[in-house]
Design a protein around this ligand. Structure first.
Ligand code: K1U
Ligand code: ZN
Length: 170
């Protein structure tokens, strides 16, 4: 397994809209290795989710594990939200926007249709943190970041803060 580099805001590649994953791709052993590498990268970060877009793979899938024990890995391929209800506000973070946290309002409960790791069709009704995380990762697949929900002024401040952190790290 391998740790993959994670793209960071404002890298323009994070703005790419991902394309659907084909059945042939799911059957490919390289795709299954990529999923393992994404889980390892997510756990190492540490994070609770990782979209393929964040590792410069512009296909519609993501890995998630919101369990405390980090023993409940979930793969979502070609996810679609088919129902939404209510609202919740959660202070989100993002591995592509390190060190920044902000309140984002999203649906409280969602029904998501997707293919699992082996390509089997599934449908789940979820709420709470898992619902937040799925919506956050699906935004990545559209080229959207949680900082896009902030005002332009706050987004500019985030950009400057990250640029300064990068300069200081160099
Ligand atoms: O997509 C990502 O960048 C991953 C992101 C997912 C996410 C977090 C919070 C709300 C919505 C989506 C993260 O995992 S950021 C790190 C994080 O939240 C976390 C890390 C360790 C333990 C618990 C949470
Ligand atoms: Zn993110």
């Amino acid at each position: 397994m391998a740790l993959l580099p994670i793209l960071e805001f404002p890298d323009p590649r994070l703005r790419t809209r991902a394309v659907p994953v084909t059945a042939e791709r799911i059957a490919d052993s390289g795709f299954q290795t990529l999923l393992d590498d994404m889980f390892q990268t997510m756990y190492d970060a540490p994070g609770i989710g990782l979209a393929a877009s964040q590792v410069d793979v512009h296909e519609r899938f993501m890995v998630i594990d919101v369990s405390e024990e980090k023993n409940a890995p979930q793969v979502f391929i070609n996810p679609e939200i088919v129902a939404k209800a209510g609202e919740q506000v959660y202070q989100e973070g993002c591995l592509s926007v390190p060190g920044i946290f902000a309140d984002v309002t999203r649906a409280d409960a969602i029904t998501v249709r997707f293919l699992g790791r082996t390509g089997a069709a599934q449908e789940l009704q979820v709420d709470g943190l898992l619902a937040v995380c799925i919506q956050h990762e699906m935004d990545h697949l559209e080229g959207k970041l949680f900082v896009d929900y902030l005002s332009p002024l706050k987004r500019e401040m985030v950009k400057k803060k990250l640029a300064k952190a990068k300069r200081n790290a160099a």
